[in-house]
Design a protein around this ligand. Structure first.
Ligand code: SF4
Ligand code: SF4
Length: 429
């Protein structure tokens, strides 16, 4: 697309944004893949429409406030990327655009408060745990809580799991095949600490030594996707320093975190740490990719104690499937469980509506998408017993909430939990 953007006017992120705009040929193939185009049915809420709006803002011919509602409605799910025949790197546009426009955004005091609370709590496990306990009080107050904060209460679990302290080093079982460092994930270790426990057990059973660096922090994804570049850079630098060089891989088990860590080169673009970020990214991979690469040494025994069929409705987290191109590896690991049948969801490319803090900021759209995804998961299971699996804590939380809303007892588990339970031959669903 032709444009008159002057990249140098927008700092180090100007050039990638201009290149993304340039790559778009306005063909519209991405429209059918976009969940918000499906929800709102208008061009301005499609990838192509948003690219035009962002181009005009960057050119200086459109006010930020006119583009903001449509940019805010973008999930950042990147479903538009694999659908685009021209290879438009939409990710190089949307988060940088939010970052350069953060100061110009027009928000109500309530919206500012909600963003402030999310940014100050979710990336910090201690604070987030306290906030979730506080949410119980908030729920008791009901309608006395301001409307802008109520989505936070809906998503907070009724019971916060006990905190788990992970060993700094977990030795490999049997002969050591590899040594990895694991990102523990800030929200994940509070909402479902068992995911890390399961991940470490699965890795150790397969001959992998796992270290959990003490000085690590949030991946920075929440800050990056909400346009807080300074905070995202601080988190990225902290992790560049915290993770050692003498490991075979840096593993993530939360798709959103893995995706953000793969964007450290963009987050730190134009800084002294850019080269270090590129080197770091090369070693980051999702745990499913790593396990598929080295192969399962220990064969899972079977999730229901052997001999039974286990239906697993696998939900592709957008930040795993679209952002990292990881689709087959988690399915292959699940299929390795004796008796497991991986069931595909209809409209699998559509986001579940979690998308970082999207279900807090855009609750109506998020609820609509969450309800659709919960129904699709149940349909995939054919209405019978089974489990819903995914590789991202945000998706797992969203699916849990929406399955509960429709009264379904089906459990939602991380892929590593399903695999770990299969090793132990435990029935957890
Ligand atoms: S499919 Fe790609 S090139 Fe075509 S309109 Fe969408 S983003 Fe632009
Ligand atoms: S990131 Fe998702 S919501 Fe945003 S334009 Fe692309 S497909 Fe649509």
């Amino acid at each position: 697309m032709q444009h008159t953007i002057k990249p140098e006017e927008h700092g180090p992120l100007g050039a990638p944004m201009a290149q993304a705009v340039e790559a778009c040929v306005h063909c519209g193939f991405c429209l059918a893949a976009c969940p918000t185009y499906q929800e709102f049915g208008q061009e301005m809420d499609s990838p192509r429409g948003r690219i035009v709006l962002m181009k005009q803002v960057l050119e200086g011919t459109l006010a930020w406030a006119d583009a903001q509602p449509h940019v805010d409605r973008c999930l950042g799910c990147l479903s538009c990327e694999p659908a685009c025949p021209s290879g438009v790197p939409y990710r190089d546009l949307i988060s940088p655009f939010r970052a350069v426009g953060r100061e110009k955004a027009v928000r109500t005091p309530g919206e500012k408060l909600r963003r402030w609370l999310a940014e100050r709590t979710i990336p910090h496990p201690g604070r987030f745990r306290l906030a979730l306990v506080g949410a119980r009080v908030g729920r008791a107050l009901g309608r006395l809580v301001p409307a802008v904060l109520r989505p936070m209460l809906t998503l907070a679990p009724a019971k916060v799991p006990a905190a788990v302290t992970l060993a700094r080093v977990t030795p490999a079982q049997g002969e050591r095949r590899a040594r990895v460092a694991l990102l523990a994930g800030c929200a994940q270790q509070v909402l479902d600490p068992d995911i890390n426990v399961a991940t470490i057990e699965v890795l150790a059973r397969n001959g992998v030594e796992v270290i959990v660096p003490e000085a690590q922090g949030c991946c920075g994804g929440l800050s990056w996707h909400t346009g807080n570049l300074a905070a995202a850079q601080a988190f990225a630098r902290k992790n560049l320093d915290a993770f050692p060089a003498d490991v075979d891989a840096i593993l993530t088990n939360a798709a959103g975190c893995g995706s953000a860590m793969h964007e450290y080169h963009l987050i730190l673009r134009g800084t002294a740490d850019e080269a270090r970020a590129k080197e770091f990214e090369r070693r980051v991979m999702d745990v499913s990719v790593f396990l598929a690469k080295i192969g399962l040494r220990e064969k899972p025994r079977g999730a229901a104690g052997g001999g039974q069929t286990l239906k697993v409705a696998y939900h592709d987290a957008c930040h795993l499937a679209n952002a990292q191109g990881v689709r087959e590896q988690p399915r292959a690991l699940l299929r390795a469980i004796p008796g497991a049948v991986v069931c595909e969801l209809a409209d699998a490319h559509l986001c579940c509506g979690s998308a970082g803090t999207y279900n807090l900021d855009q609750p109506e759209t998020a609820n609509s998408l969450g309800a659709q995804k919960a129904r699709a998961a149940l349909a995939a299971l054919g209405g019978g017993e089974g489990v819903v699996a995914s590789g991202n804590i945000g998706c797992l939380t969203q699916l849990r909430v929406h399955l509960e809303k429709i009264g379904s007892p089906v459990r939602v588990r991380h892929t590593m939990q399903v695999l770990r339970d299969a090793y132990r031959a435990e029935k957890k669903f």
